[in-house]
Design a protein around this ligand. Structure first.
Ligand code: GDP
Ligand code: MG
Length: 742
């Protein structure tokens, strides 16, 4: 140990990672805490801004010592007194060097170093197996492979080093054969230890280069790569270090110098001698595994290696991308849920409570904000992974988010729709009521137009607030049109109600006019003056004979006027011609029924009997000049009586049927009512009474409709009238005799 105890990270577990982390242990199992370590050391958040270096070499060649000095790490080194191998498996540590030769360290950010257990010889099969596996693992992850050798080993084309390099080359070809599209290269950095300086350094480099070419030529190359050269895959650099124990100060100062090389570099920085002069980290060395996926990737790679499966890096990268994209997707959805879940719950609650008109305030802002944040976060983190996988997963994420938002937005719009319909209909009704209170001077069509505009405005604003630029499904024009359509339907219903109110008003007016007009005509019967049948009484006769003509003509006059009123008013609130036609048709029918009722009232037995009596008495008691008769015994009381009685009796058949004098037929009621308009709906008919001769299927003829007194009632009336007339006659007779005796 070099006693360097600076904490690795800021977290509470920093102490735990004092010596770095054992990525692969003696049992060849992978340490799943690697991600934890990368998090502790803040590498995980670095994206691609990190570097990975592995060291190789025989056991006890000072590898750990080199790393600890170069990167200020704290890998275990062999104790100088008890000689035993200490590095087991593969360890990793983050660079902790803070100073360079002349001041603060200028090394690249986030350098991760892997200290790989060295091999002790070629004979041990177990060693060879681990050597191959660790070489594969290092090559799949590292940009720079440091090969640590003694100076005196250079040129000895044998031993562990050469075997190790052969393994590295073979494994490299095997790995990157499958990964042709990525131009992955690696740097082999030979660090020659205990370099004394007797042999010129360039000679050592040449010797090593020749050795490497020789090794390259001996490895079996896959088909198609027989002609490949070492330089197709590797850059090679050399560094010499003085003896640590013999020249401790120079050892330290040269290591300080070497540390400055661990920065970003360019290919042009390589000079003729092969000694790198610029930074060692060339972009093409980077394995392009995002730091937050490094542990998962490393584990996947190691699993394949340890199970002797074919290691296929592109597949590993895709698997990694899938795993990480899913993970990132879940992470970014947490923030999305935090915003969206409460809103979803509010909607669900409203539904449970039967409040489907709940419109959440500022939903669009919340929704698009959450969506944007979520997608952006995914973009930043997952965008570094395999493009194809990323694109697919991004699509999946958007689909997931949009499904949630869609449900939210649709419920919102449906609530806005329902709330809008309710408030529209309430506003129209209230305005109509206010108008009625203010004397009925309101324009229904104007009220509807104004309220519709208001309702549409509110809905449009809500729909527009949900719009997300570039997201097609957030265009809610169809919903807007649907809302407008429903408003029109509601308007039509309200207009119909308004029509009904208007119809009721007009019908009431018709009734009151009929009461006056028909009453007047029937009253005329009672005031029938003078005798009957006399030529000078032509007017009088005409009055009685054309009773029905006058009733009919004032009836049709009243109805025509009512029709004009109705149509004018209905048109003012934009009722359709069909609706007006239906209204007029109903009005004519209802007016006729009102007339019938009025006539029936006049013809009630007590009423008509009184009219007949008055009629008779007028004719009997008054002379042609309208002077009351004073009966004398010589008068032809009987004759006057008979004429008056017959005259009044002749009214009964006249009254019994609604007939026009000229044609002696019923008025053309069917023509008056007119054919049923096409727009009549069931509810328009439900309060209508059948009319004989008009509604053929009712089985009642026009003749029956026009019958005011049935045959039996007629006879009854005759009998009762006669009795009554007889009484009047007897009284007259008595008064005549009485007049004489007086
Ligand atoms: P590793 O097994 O390759 O990691 O070797 P270690 O770093 O554990 O060191 C093995 C032994 O070599 C230790 O006793 C060190 O003191 C010694 N050692 C370290 N660096 C040097 C060096 O530069 N020169 C020599 N001759 N010995 C060294
Ligand atoms: Mg070691």
């Amino acid at each position: 140990m070099n006693g360097h105890l600076a904490p690795v990270g800021d977290g509470p577990t920093a102490k735990q990672y004092e010596h770095g982390i054992q990525v692969i242990d003696e049992e060849k199992s992978f340490n799943t805490n690697l991600n934890d370590y990368l998090g502790e050391t803040h590498v995980a958040e670095a994206g691609f801004n990190y570097h990975l270096i592995s060291v190789f070499g025989s056991q006890s060649t000072g590898k750990s010592t080199l790393l600890n000095n170069l990167f200020k790490t704290d890998f275990s080194v062999m104790s100088e007194t008890a000689r035993q191998q200490t590095t087991k498996g593969i360890w990793m540590s983050k660079n902790k060097r803070t100073t360079g030769p002349t001041g603060p360290s200028a090394m690249a950010d986030n350098i991760l170093v892997m200290d790989v257990e060295g091999t002790d010889g070629r004979e041990r099969g177990e060693d060879q197996d681990f050597e191959r596996k660790s070489a594969l693992f290092a090559l799949a992850t590292s940009e720079v492979l440091i090969v640590n050798i003694w100076e005196h080993q250079v040129g000895l084309y044998q031993g562990a080093n050469m075997g190790l390099l052969k393994t590295v080359f073979e494994v490299n070809l095997q790995l990157f054969l499958k990964d042709k599209q990525s131009q992955t290269r690696s740097l082999l950095l030979f660090v020659i230890r205990d370099y004394v300086g007797q042999t010129p350094f360039t000679n050592l480099c040449d010797t090593l280069t020749q050795d490497l070419s020789r090794i390259w030529s001996t490895i079996s190359k896959p088909q198609g790569l027989e002609e490949s050269k070492i330089g197709d895959y590797f850059d090679i650099a050399f560094e010499g270090l003085p003896h640590k124990l013999l020249q401790p100060e120079r050892f330290v100062s040269e290591i300080d110098q070497l540390s400055t090389r661990f920065t970003a570099g360019h290919r042009s920085a390589q000079d003729e001698s092969g000694k790198l002069t610029g930074g060692l980290f060339l972009p093409e060395y980077h394995r392009r595994i995002p730091a937050d996926g490094l542990s998962v990737y490393a584990q996947g790679v190691w699993d394949q290696i340890v199970n002797n499966k074919d290691l296929d890096l592109p597949t590993q990268q895709e698997l990694l991308a899938q795993f990480r994209c899913d993970e990132i997707s879940r992470e970014v959805l947490v923030a999305f849920d935090a915003v969206i879940l409460p809103l979803e719950e509010q909607q669900a609650e409203a539904t449970r409570l039967g409040k489907p008109t709940l419109v959440l305030p500022d939903l669009g802002v919340a929704g698009s904000g959450a969506r944007d944040k979520c997608v952006r976060a995914f973009e930043t983190q997952a965008g570094r992974y395999h493009k194809g996988v990323y694109t697919t997963k991004r699509g999946e994420l958007e689909t997931k988010i949009d499904a949630r938002l869609k449900a939210l937005y649709q419920t919102q719009l449906s609530a806005a729709h329902k709330a809008g319909v309710v408030s529209f209909s309430e506003a129209v009704t209230a305005a109509v009521k206010a108008g009625q209170k203010a004397g009925g001077a309101y324009e229904f069509a104007e009220i509807v137009d104004k309220q519709k505009k208001t309702a549409l405005d509110v809905f449009r604003k809500e729909a527009q607030s949900l719009l997300i630029q570039g997201v097609a499904w957030t265009n809610f024009k169809p919903q807007y049109r649907l809302f407008e359509k429903e408003l029109d339907e509601v308007s039509a219903r309200l207009r119909k109600e308004e029509m009904r109110r208007l119809a009721t008003r007009v019908e009431r007016w018709v009734k009151s006019r009929l009461t006056d007009a028909v009453g007047l005509e029937f009253n005329k019967l009672g005031s029938g003056r003078g005798g009957s049948g006399a030529p000078e009484n032509g007017d009088k006769l005409a009055t009685e004979k054309d009773l029905w003509d006058r009733v009919w003509s004032s009836f049709s006059g009243i109805v025509r006027e009512a029709e004009t009123r109705f149509a004018d008013r209905a048109k003012s609130f934009e009722a359709s011609p069909e609706e007006v036609d239906v209204g007029l048709w109903r009005l004519r029918r209802k007016s006729w029924v009102a007339l019938r009722e009025k006539i029936e009232e006049e013809m009630m037995e007590s009423n008509i009997l009184m009219k007949l009596r008055e009629n008779f008495e007028d004719k009997f008691r008054y002379d042609d000049e309208g002077v009351p008769r004073i009966w004398r015994p010589t008068d032809d009381i009987e004759g006057v009586y008979t004429r008056a009685r017959e005259s009044t009796l002749s009214l009964i058949p006249l009254l019994a049927r609604f007939r026009l004098a000229e044609t002696y037929a019923a008025p053309d009621l069917p023509a008056f009512v007119g054919v049923q308009p096409a727009g009549v709906e069931p509810e328009d008919e439900e309060d209508l009474l059948p009319i004989g001769g008009v509604d053929e299927e009712e089985g009642k003829s026009l003749e029956e409709e026009m019958t005011v007194l049935s045959e039996s009632k007629r006879q009854d009336l005759v009998v009762r009238f006669k009795k009554m007339a007889d009484g009047v006659y007897v009284e007259a007779k008595r008064s005549a005799i009485g007049g004489i005796t007086q």
